[in-house]
Design a protein around this ligand. Structure first.
Ligand code: R5P
Length: 296
Protein backbone atom coordinates (compact mmCIF):
# COMPACT_ATOMS: atom_id res chain seq x y z
CA UNK A 1 0.00 0.00 0.00
CA UNK A 2 1.26 3.50 -0.81
CA UNK A 3 2.53 5.53 2.13
CA UNK A 4 -0.09 8.27 2.58
CA UNK A 5 1.63 9.96 5.52
CA UNK A 6 2.19 13.62 4.71
CA UNK A 7 -0.03 13.42 1.63
CA UNK A 8 -0.84 16.95 0.44
CA UNK A 9 -4.08 17.89 -1.27
CA UNK A 10 -3.66 18.68 -4.94
CA UNK A 11 -4.83 22.23 -5.50
CA UNK A 12 -2.56 23.94 -8.04
CA UNK A 13 -4.71 23.35 -11.12
CA UNK A 14 -4.01 26.72 -12.78
CA UNK A 15 -7.71 26.92 -13.61
CA UNK A 16 -7.35 30.15 -15.53
CA UNK A 17 -4.65 28.75 -17.83
CA UNK A 18 -5.72 26.91 -20.98
CA UNK A 19 -4.17 23.48 -21.60
CA UNK A 20 -0.86 23.78 -23.41
CA UNK A 21 -0.75 22.59 -26.98
CA UNK A 22 2.56 21.00 -27.85
CA UNK A 23 3.00 21.56 -31.54
CA UNK A 24 5.74 19.73 -33.33
CA UNK A 25 8.01 21.46 -35.79
CA UNK A 26 8.77 18.31 -37.81
CA UNK A 27 7.32 18.69 -41.28
CA UNK A 28 4.23 16.56 -41.84
CA UNK A 29 4.41 14.99 -38.37
CA UNK A 30 1.72 16.84 -36.44
CA UNK A 31 -0.93 14.16 -37.03
CA UNK A 32 1.30 11.22 -36.16
CA UNK A 33 0.98 9.24 -32.97
CA UNK A 34 3.00 10.42 -29.97
CA UNK A 35 5.41 7.48 -30.14
CA UNK A 36 6.20 8.08 -33.76
CA UNK A 37 6.80 11.78 -33.14
CA UNK A 38 9.02 10.86 -30.21
CA UNK A 39 11.08 8.55 -32.43
CA UNK A 40 11.39 11.22 -35.13
CA UNK A 41 12.69 13.54 -32.42
CA UNK A 42 15.54 11.12 -31.75
CA UNK A 43 16.65 11.60 -35.35
CA UNK A 44 15.94 15.30 -35.92
CA UNK A 45 17.47 17.71 -33.41
CA UNK A 46 14.81 19.45 -31.28
CA UNK A 47 16.28 22.92 -31.80
CA UNK A 48 17.34 22.95 -35.43
CA UNK A 49 14.90 20.32 -36.76
CA UNK A 50 17.85 18.88 -38.67
CA UNK A 51 20.00 15.77 -38.45
CA UNK A 52 23.53 14.64 -39.05
CA UNK A 53 22.92 10.98 -39.77
CA UNK A 54 25.92 8.74 -40.24
CA UNK A 55 25.35 6.07 -42.91
CA UNK A 56 27.34 2.85 -42.60
CA UNK A 57 24.86 0.36 -44.05
CA UNK A 58 26.92 -0.17 -47.21
CA UNK A 59 27.87 -3.73 -46.25
CA UNK A 60 24.33 -4.96 -46.81
CA UNK A 61 24.94 -5.06 -50.56
CA UNK A 62 28.63 -4.35 -51.12
CA UNK A 63 30.34 -6.23 -48.30
CA UNK A 64 33.43 -4.62 -46.80
CA UNK A 65 33.85 -1.03 -47.95
CA UNK A 66 36.88 1.24 -47.63
CA UNK A 67 36.54 2.96 -44.26
CA UNK A 68 34.15 0.32 -42.91
CA UNK A 69 36.57 -2.58 -42.58
CA UNK A 70 36.19 -2.55 -38.79
CA UNK A 71 32.87 -1.04 -37.69
CA UNK A 72 33.79 -1.46 -34.04
CA UNK A 73 36.87 0.73 -34.47
CA UNK A 74 35.78 3.34 -37.00
CA UNK A 75 32.05 3.95 -36.68
CA UNK A 76 31.86 3.43 -32.93
CA UNK A 77 34.34 6.32 -32.58
CA UNK A 78 32.23 8.60 -34.77
CA UNK A 79 28.87 7.77 -33.25
CA UNK A 80 29.04 10.34 -30.40
CA UNK A 81 29.02 13.10 -33.04
CA UNK A 82 26.01 11.76 -34.96
CA UNK A 83 22.38 12.62 -34.26
CA UNK A 84 21.42 9.30 -35.81
CA UNK A 85 23.14 6.13 -37.01
CA UNK A 86 22.01 4.36 -40.15
CA UNK A 87 23.14 0.76 -40.22
CA UNK A 88 22.12 -2.86 -40.49
CA UNK A 89 20.91 -4.88 -37.54
CA UNK A 90 23.98 -7.07 -37.91
CA UNK A 91 26.30 -4.10 -37.64
CA UNK A 92 24.48 -2.69 -34.62
CA UNK A 93 24.31 -5.95 -32.70
CA UNK A 94 27.92 -6.92 -33.33
CA UNK A 95 29.83 -3.69 -33.44
CA UNK A 96 28.05 -0.71 -31.89
CA UNK A 97 27.78 0.27 -28.23
CA UNK A 98 24.17 -0.22 -27.03
CA UNK A 99 24.56 2.78 -24.72
CA UNK A 100 24.65 5.18 -27.67
CA UNK A 101 22.45 8.25 -27.36
CA UNK A 102 22.03 8.55 -31.14
CA UNK A 103 18.81 7.73 -32.98
CA UNK A 104 18.93 4.38 -34.77
CA UNK A 105 17.80 4.02 -38.38
CA UNK A 106 17.83 0.36 -39.36
CA UNK A 107 18.33 -0.83 -42.91
CA UNK A 108 15.25 -2.96 -43.58
CA UNK A 109 15.50 -3.83 -47.29
CA UNK A 110 18.06 -5.91 -49.10
CA UNK A 111 18.69 -8.98 -51.20
CA UNK A 112 20.88 -8.51 -54.25
CA UNK A 113 24.58 -7.80 -53.91
CA UNK A 114 26.58 -5.53 -56.19
CA UNK A 115 27.00 -8.63 -58.38
CA UNK A 116 23.30 -8.57 -59.32
CA UNK A 117 20.47 -6.22 -60.32
CA UNK A 118 20.19 -3.97 -57.28
CA UNK A 119 16.52 -3.06 -57.62
CA UNK A 120 15.60 -6.71 -56.97
CA UNK A 121 15.23 -6.04 -53.22
CA UNK A 122 12.85 -7.47 -50.63
CA UNK A 123 12.11 -6.41 -47.09
CA UNK A 124 14.99 -7.77 -45.07
CA UNK A 125 13.79 -7.57 -41.49
CA UNK A 126 10.60 -7.84 -39.48
CA UNK A 127 9.30 -4.80 -37.64
CA UNK A 128 9.30 -6.87 -34.42
CA UNK A 129 13.09 -6.93 -34.62
CA UNK A 130 13.21 -3.17 -35.13
CA UNK A 131 11.20 -2.89 -31.90
CA UNK A 132 13.65 -5.20 -30.08
CA UNK A 133 16.58 -3.07 -31.22
CA UNK A 134 14.71 0.09 -30.19
CA UNK A 135 14.90 1.55 -33.70
CA UNK A 136 13.95 5.18 -34.21
CA UNK A 137 13.11 4.38 -37.85
CA UNK A 138 13.65 1.77 -40.52
CA UNK A 139 15.06 2.51 -43.97
CA UNK A 140 14.01 1.05 -47.28
CA UNK A 141 15.44 1.63 -50.75
CA UNK A 142 12.82 2.65 -53.33
CA UNK A 143 13.71 2.12 -56.98
CA UNK A 144 11.30 4.48 -58.74
CA UNK A 145 11.74 3.76 -62.45
CA UNK A 146 13.89 0.71 -61.71
CA UNK A 147 13.44 -2.75 -63.15
CA UNK A 148 11.66 -3.99 -60.01
CA UNK A 149 9.86 -0.74 -59.25
CA UNK A 150 6.54 -2.28 -58.18
CA UNK A 151 8.05 -4.73 -55.70
CA UNK A 152 10.31 -2.06 -54.32
CA UNK A 153 7.29 0.19 -53.74
CA UNK A 154 5.54 -2.75 -52.10
CA UNK A 155 8.53 -3.20 -49.77
CA UNK A 156 8.02 0.43 -48.77
CA UNK A 157 4.28 0.19 -48.16
CA UNK A 158 4.58 -3.12 -46.28
CA UNK A 159 7.08 -1.56 -43.91
CA UNK A 160 4.97 1.58 -43.54
CA UNK A 161 1.95 -0.51 -42.46
CA UNK A 162 4.09 -2.48 -40.01
CA UNK A 163 5.66 0.79 -38.85
CA UNK A 164 2.26 2.31 -38.03
CA UNK A 165 1.45 -0.76 -35.91
CA UNK A 166 4.70 -0.45 -33.99
CA UNK A 167 4.95 3.35 -33.95
CA UNK A 168 8.18 3.25 -35.97
CA UNK A 169 8.69 5.74 -38.82
CA UNK A 170 9.98 4.70 -42.24
CA UNK A 171 12.78 6.46 -44.12
CA UNK A 172 12.27 5.97 -47.86
CA UNK A 173 15.53 6.21 -49.78
CA UNK A 174 15.42 7.21 -53.43
CA UNK A 175 17.70 4.79 -55.24
CA UNK A 176 19.14 6.07 -58.45
CA UNK A 177 19.84 3.45 -61.08
CA UNK A 178 22.46 3.78 -63.80
CA UNK A 179 19.84 4.76 -66.33
CA UNK A 180 18.14 7.45 -64.20
CA UNK A 181 19.21 11.06 -63.99
CA UNK A 182 19.65 12.80 -60.68
CA UNK A 183 17.79 15.93 -61.71
CA UNK A 184 15.03 17.77 -59.88
CA UNK A 185 12.36 16.32 -62.15
CA UNK A 186 13.28 12.74 -61.24
CA UNK A 187 14.08 13.44 -57.60
CA UNK A 188 10.86 15.45 -57.21
CA UNK A 189 8.91 12.52 -58.64
CA UNK A 190 10.58 9.90 -56.46
CA UNK A 191 10.48 11.85 -53.18
CA UNK A 192 6.84 12.81 -53.65
CA UNK A 193 5.80 9.22 -54.42
CA UNK A 194 7.60 7.95 -51.32
CA UNK A 195 5.99 10.57 -49.06
CA UNK A 196 2.51 10.11 -50.50
CA UNK A 197 2.75 6.36 -49.96
CA UNK A 198 3.25 7.14 -46.29
CA UNK A 199 6.97 7.39 -45.46
CA UNK A 200 7.60 9.84 -42.63
CA UNK A 201 11.11 10.73 -43.86
CA UNK A 202 12.76 10.74 -47.29
CA UNK A 203 16.43 10.54 -48.19
CA UNK A 204 17.51 11.73 -51.59
CA UNK A 205 20.48 13.03 -53.54
CA UNK A 206 21.24 16.72 -53.97
CA UNK A 207 20.89 18.32 -57.39
CA UNK A 208 22.29 21.71 -58.37
CA UNK A 209 19.16 22.98 -60.08
CA UNK A 210 15.79 22.99 -58.34
CA UNK A 211 16.62 21.14 -55.12
CA UNK A 212 14.56 23.73 -53.22
CA UNK A 213 11.55 22.70 -55.31
CA UNK A 214 12.20 19.02 -54.61
CA UNK A 215 12.13 19.80 -50.88
CA UNK A 216 9.11 22.11 -51.11
CA UNK A 217 7.15 19.50 -53.06
CA UNK A 218 7.78 16.79 -50.49
CA UNK A 219 5.40 16.93 -47.50
CA UNK A 220 7.84 15.24 -45.09
CA UNK A 221 11.46 16.07 -44.16
CA UNK A 222 13.98 15.50 -46.94
CA UNK A 223 17.42 14.37 -45.82
CA UNK A 224 20.28 14.77 -48.26
CA UNK A 225 22.16 11.60 -49.26
CA UNK A 226 25.94 11.85 -49.28
CA UNK A 227 27.05 9.84 -52.31
CA UNK A 228 30.57 9.19 -53.54
CA UNK A 229 33.56 10.65 -51.73
CA UNK A 230 34.27 14.27 -52.66
CA UNK A 231 37.04 16.59 -51.49
CA UNK A 232 36.02 17.80 -48.01
CA UNK A 233 35.26 21.40 -49.02
CA UNK A 234 33.02 20.23 -51.86
CA UNK A 235 31.13 17.86 -49.58
CA UNK A 236 30.60 20.67 -47.07
CA UNK A 237 29.46 22.97 -49.87
CA UNK A 238 26.91 20.37 -51.03
CA UNK A 239 25.60 19.87 -47.48
CA UNK A 240 25.33 23.63 -47.01
CA UNK A 241 23.48 24.08 -50.30
CA UNK A 242 21.07 21.32 -49.33
CA UNK A 243 20.16 22.61 -45.87
CA UNK A 244 19.88 26.16 -47.19
CA UNK A 245 17.45 24.83 -49.79
CA UNK A 246 15.36 23.36 -46.98
CA UNK A 247 16.77 19.87 -46.39
CA UNK A 248 16.33 18.57 -42.84
CA UNK A 249 20.00 17.65 -42.67
CA UNK A 250 22.22 15.02 -44.21
CA UNK A 251 22.77 11.27 -44.17
CA UNK A 252 26.43 10.92 -45.09
CA UNK A 253 28.65 7.90 -45.17
CA UNK A 254 31.70 7.87 -47.43
CA UNK A 255 32.17 11.64 -47.26
CA UNK A 256 32.69 11.19 -43.52
CA UNK A 257 34.26 7.79 -42.91
CA UNK A 258 36.50 7.94 -46.00
CA UNK A 259 37.78 11.39 -45.08
CA UNK A 260 41.43 11.63 -43.98
CA UNK A 261 40.07 12.75 -40.63
CA UNK A 262 36.56 11.38 -40.11
CA UNK A 263 36.14 12.80 -36.60
CA UNK A 264 37.07 16.27 -37.85
CA UNK A 265 34.82 15.92 -40.90
CA UNK A 266 31.72 14.92 -38.99
CA UNK A 267 32.17 17.93 -36.72
CA UNK A 268 32.53 20.21 -39.73
CA UNK A 269 29.35 18.72 -41.18
CA UNK A 270 27.62 19.42 -37.86
CA UNK A 271 28.69 23.06 -38.08
CA UNK A 272 27.09 23.36 -41.52
CA UNK A 273 23.92 21.52 -40.58
CA UNK A 274 23.24 22.81 -37.08
CA UNK A 275 25.02 26.18 -36.95
CA UNK A 276 24.46 27.24 -40.57
CA UNK A 277 28.23 27.73 -40.84
CA UNK A 278 29.29 28.63 -44.35
CA UNK A 279 31.31 25.88 -46.07
CA UNK A 280 34.63 27.73 -45.87
CA UNK A 281 34.27 28.28 -42.11
CA UNK A 282 33.35 24.63 -41.65
CA UNK A 283 36.34 23.61 -43.78
CA UNK A 284 38.63 25.74 -41.58
CA UNK A 285 37.19 23.89 -38.60
CA UNK A 286 37.86 20.58 -40.35
CA UNK A 287 41.48 21.53 -40.98
CA UNK A 288 41.98 22.78 -37.46
CA UNK A 289 40.49 19.64 -35.90
CA UNK A 290 42.50 17.43 -38.29
CA UNK A 291 45.71 19.13 -37.24
CA UNK A 292 44.85 18.76 -33.56
CA UNK A 293 44.30 15.04 -34.12
CA UNK A 294 47.69 14.68 -35.79
CA UNK A 295 49.40 16.67 -33.03
CA UNK A 296 47.93 14.64 -30.14
C1 R5P B 1 22.26 4.43 -50.08
O1 R5P B 1 21.24 4.84 -50.37
C2 R5P B 1 22.53 3.47 -49.02
O2 R5P B 1 21.73 3.68 -47.92
C3 R5P B 1 23.97 3.45 -48.73
O3 R5P B 1 24.36 2.22 -48.25
C4 R5P B 1 24.50 4.54 -47.88
O4 R5P B 1 23.57 5.13 -47.04
C5 R5P B 1 25.15 5.53 -48.75
O5 R5P B 1 25.85 6.48 -48.05
P1 R5P B 1 26.92 7.40 -48.78
O6 R5P B 1 26.49 7.48 -50.22
O7 R5P B 1 26.83 8.72 -48.11
O8 R5P B 1 28.25 6.76 -48.63
Amino acid sequence: MADLDGNRNAKDFATGTPARVFTHSIKGASNLDWGMQNRLSRILDGETGRTVMLAFDHGYFQGPTSGLERLDLGIATLSPYADALMGTRGALRTSMPPATGAGLVLRASGGPSILKELSDEHTAMAMADAVRINASAVAVQVFVGGEHETRSVQNLTTLIDAGYEAGIPVLGVTAVGKELTRDSRYLGLATRIIAELGAQLVKTYYCDEGFDEVVAGCPVPVIMAGGKKLPELEALQMASNAVRAGAAGVDMGRNIFQSKSPVAMIQAVRAVVHDDADPETAYDLYRQLSTEKVAS
